[in-house]
Design a protein around this ligand. Sequence first.
Ligand SMILES: Nc1ncnc2c1ncn2[C@@H]1O[C@H](COP(=O)(O)OP(=O)(O)OP(=O)(O)O)[C@@H](O)[C@H]1O
Length: 757
Amino acid sequence: MSATTNDVVAGEIEAEQRHVDRVYAELAKAAARTELVHAEGMARGQTDRRGTGDPREEELAGLFERDALVFSATKRRASLETQHEGLVFGRLDLDHGDGGPEGVGDPDGGDGGDREVRYVGRLGVRDDDYEPLVVDWRAPAAAPFYRATPVDPQGVVRRRVLRCQGETVVGIEDDLMVAEAPEDMVVVGDGALMAALSRSRGARMRDIVATIQQHQDEAIRAPARGVTEITGGPGTGKTVVALHRAAYLLYSDRRRFESGGVLVVGPSAAYTAYIERVLPSLGEDSVVLRSVGDVVAGMTAQRLDPPATAAVKGSLRIRQLLSRLSRLAIPGSPDLLRVFVMGHAIRLEKSDLDRVRAQVLRHHHRNSSFDAAAQALAEAAWAQVQVPGEKQEFVDRFVDSGDVEAFLREWWRPVDPREMLLWLADEALVLRLGVLPGAEAALLAESYRLALREGTWSASDVALVDDLHARVGTVVDLPSEERGFYEIEELEDASQYGVAALRSGRDQAPPRASLEPDEDGFVRAVEATASERISHDPRTRLLAGRIGSVEEYAHVLVDEAQDLSPMQWRMLGRRGRWASWTVVGDLAQASWSDLEEAAQAREEAFGSSVRRSFHMDTNYRNAREIFALAARMIREHVPDADIPEAVRETGHEPVELSVPRAALPEEAREAVVALLGQVDGSVAVILPEAWRHALEPLSRLDDRVLVIDPLSTKGLEYDATLVVDPDAIVAESPGGARVLYVALTRAAHRLTVLRPA
Ligand SMILES: Nc1ncnc2c1ncn2[C@@H]1O[C@H](COP(=O)(O)OP(=O)(O)OP(=O)(O)O)[C@@H](O)[C@H]1O
C-alpha cells in the first residue's frame, strides 16, 4: 500500500477535484439548456429501463432535462444545508479482467479494456458525447459501490468516498476490496462510515447516500411490489434506509410513483420536520410527508390523548360506536314534520322520522342522500294519504313543497364528520350509544369537552374522523340557486361550520389546493379575510376547512409502525388500497398496548399482497457504551427484544446519578451544562410529565437545548441526552419500559441518567 503522506492525499484530492469540476461545468451547461423546457422537464424523466445504468437513446433528452432540473433544486437546497455532502460522492476503481487487479489505478479513468473508473453521485450526468461522468446512485451501475465487499468484490478494487463542501472536495476515505492494493494505488483514511458516524448530529436528519451499507442497500433496492418490512432495533438506520428506498422507487419507476404518489407517515410533526430534508437532498421533492395526526387532509392534530383515552379511541371496538353515531339524528334537529300537501295534513312523528332515516342510511352515505331522504320522506307521508291514482302527483308536490324543503335542510343537512365526533362531548349520548362502559364513556366525553375548550384535535381523533367520513361521505354544497334564506339562519349559528362552510352560501367549494393548512395550521379558504382565518372560537378552529375525499397513493411508507393503533391502520389502509408498502418498526419500542389487535388491523390494510422482510442488526446511532446501558434495561423487561450491535466506541461511559429529589433541578442544570461542553450539537432533556414544569427553564440555557417528553422523541436523535427519572417515565407511559428504551437510545455520543433518590 502506498504511503499516505499529506502530499499524497492532497494530490489525490486535487485529481478528484478535477473530475468534480468537469461534472459541475457539464451541469451548468445542461441547466442552461433546460431553461427552455423547464415546465415539462420532470415529466420526461425516464432513466435506465435496460438495467445497465444507461438510458435508452430516446430518453437522453428527458434525462438531461430532468437532471438539470433536479440539479438546480439540489443546488438551491445545498445553500440551506451546510452539511450537504456534495453532488459527486463516490468513485469505484474496477477491474473487469480475469487477471486480477493489476494495472488498475489510473486516477483519470484508465485506458486498459479491463479497467474502469466510475463515479457515483446524486444524479446521473453525461458529457456532450453521452459518456457518463457520474452514475446516479440508484442506477444498477452504481450498485457495486454499495454491494462490494472484500469477500465478494464484484470487480471493485477500491471504493472511495469523496467528502465535499459545496463544490469543493475536502476529504477522501477509501475501502479496499482486495487483500492488497496495486502498486500505484493510493488508499486513504479509515473508511467513510466511521467518519460519518462520529460527526455531530444536526437538527435535521442527513442522507447517507455516500455510506449506505450492503445490507441496507438490499432493502433500498428491493422490488416495489407488495409489502416490504424493515425491522431492527434502535438506531439501525431503518428510517434512513426507508427514505432512500422511496427515492429509489421514484427513480426506478418514476411514472408510476410520481403520478400515483408516495406517502411517508411518521409519528409526529417533530419527526416529519426532522426527516424533511433527506429526500430533497436526494433530488426528490414529490413525496408527501405526513405525521400520523396529519394524514387526513383538512385536519391537523396538535396533541396526544392520555394513554387510557388513546386506548379507547384506537381500538377497533370504537367502530361500533362510530357506526351508531353516524346514524343518529342530528342533535337539535326537528323531530316532527307537519305539512299540508294537496289538502292533506301530514304529520310524521319522531318514530316515523327515525324509521325513514334508518332506511335511507342502509343504502346511502348521509351526505350524498338529500334526494333519497326527500323521496323516503315522501313515501312515508304517502302512507298517510293512500288516495288511489294520486301517488305520483302527491310525491312530486311533497318533494317540491317549500315547507318540506325547509324541514329537510335542517333534518338532513350535511354533517361534517368532525362535528359528529364533537357530539361525543355529551356523556349521556355516549352512554346511550351503548358500546362503552361508564368509565370509558366518561373518558371519551371528557376528551371532546377538552377539544371544545382548547380548539385542538388529538392524533387519535384524526383516525376517527376518517372512519366517520367513510361512513357519512364528503360534505357537498348544494347548487347555489337552490339556496334560500335558510343558510342565513345557519350563518347565525356560525360556530357550527368551518370557514369553508360559512362561505359556501356564496361560493362553490374552494379548490382543494386552497384548503391546505398554512404554516400556522389554519386552513385558508379562497379569498378568506383575516377575520375568517384566525378564529378565537375553539369550535370554529376545530371545524375550519373541510374534510375532502380520501387521497390514495401508489406507495405508502410507514415509520414507527409498531405505534399505530388499529384505527390508525385502517386510516392508512384507505390511502393504500392499491399501493405497495414499506413498513418500518421495532416492537421493543412500541407504545401501543394491544399489539395483537394492531397486527390484525395492519394485515387487513396490506391485504394479500406479497411480503418480504429485511432485518437490520447494526446500531449506527448510539455509541456502544450508551447502547449497552439501554440494552441491559430492555432485556430485563422484554427478554425477546431485538437487540442490535452498536459499532462505534467513544470511551465515554454514560453517567448515572441518584440525587435527592429536591436537588434534582439543580443537578439537571449542571448535567446539561456539562453535556453542552462535551458535544457540538443538540442536547435533549427527556423527562416525564411530572418534571416538566420544574425543568422547562433548562431550554433557556442554550439554543442547543431542548426539553421534550419521551413519546415525542420517537424516531429522533440528539448528540447528547439527559434522561430524567426513568422510573417515572416507565410508570406514566403506555408502553412502560419500551418507551424508556426509546428515551435511552436517542443519544449519539453522550448520555446522562438522573434519578431522584
Ligand atoms: N450507512 C449509514 N451511514 C451513515 N449513517 C448511518 C447509516 N445508517 C444509519 N446511519 C445513521 O444512524 C442513525 C440512526 O438511523 P435511523 O434513525 O434511520 O435509525 P432507526 O432504526 O430508524 O432508529 P429508531 O428505531 O431508534 O428510530 C442516523 O443518524 C443515521 O443517519
